[in-house]
Design a protein around this ligand. Sequence first.
Ligand code: 1OR
Length: 304
Amino acid sequence: TMEEDETTPNPNSGSASNMPSFPKTDEQMNRIKQAIKPNFLFRNLDEDQEVDVLAAMKEVTIAAGEMIIEQGAAGDYFYIVENGTLDVFVKKDGQVIDPEKGDRPLLGKKVASCKEGSSFGELALMHNAPRAASILSITPCTLWALDRVSFRTILLDHTSRKRRLYESFLSEVQILASLQPHERAKIADVLESRTFSEGEDVIKQGEAGDDFFLIESGSAVAIKKGDDGRESVVKRLVKGDYFGELALLNRQTRAATVRAEGPDNLKVAALGEQAFTRLLGPVKDIMARSVSERYGFSTGRGSV
Ligand code: 1OR
């Protein structure tokens, strides 16, 4: 189950045997954290993964005029620039070299510059391809280097880990039964878990809604407020149940509130509207048909 997945140490994460770990001072740690903050590759890492990345990074200082990456070579490291400037060159047959623009006869055309907070060297590691460009330091630089194995294990593992996490859960969700495994895998890629404590509202009646939810664990109640302002529970929702689909099916506001019910926290996996339409196309019809069964009215009137 998902619970087990989360508490069982992931053999591919943690200070795994195949990944190096370089001791660092607090000051170094803070510098790397600052350097990776703006980088898209490091967004959405969970705490364990971030710890692994920080441990595996190695400080590299280079003088001005060093070629840190050579186009065509095999990829060994991914780099983040803590400070300094490096230029990126791409060499192609028949290209016109213009030294005024920073091009160099041996390295090719200057296509970009890397400064503080930027990164390079990911392409060869992600795609198992030769280096697509050469990179030369223009000033002395401090870089953080992440070796190929750590890069692939930590950063590319994020996707497969999420799939493992949601795989068994999604296969048990009734409404998704008609989907192929690869369709469920795509849903897993975009799901985001959110936790609510007892009494908290996941969605509120009357509000616009653009998320769809599956219950991972815990339970919730759907509550409708009558014209007299009195609330009444219309449905109880448990693991594997879904809600929030109506606003997406008929584009109306939420017609009920869904509230976490104790004693355990309610954990839901949320899917945004675009992903809902793109990925749940095949089950949308089934959902629309089951609306009257579930709520006693058809789509077009109110929504949960
Ligand atoms: P790599 O592992 O191939 C060279 O090693 C790195 O240069 C590459 O990863 C990128 O991180 C970085 N084309 C190719 N590689 C580029 C480019 C680039 N810019 C930075 N790198 N450009 C296209 C040129 C036709 C420039 C795009 C602005």
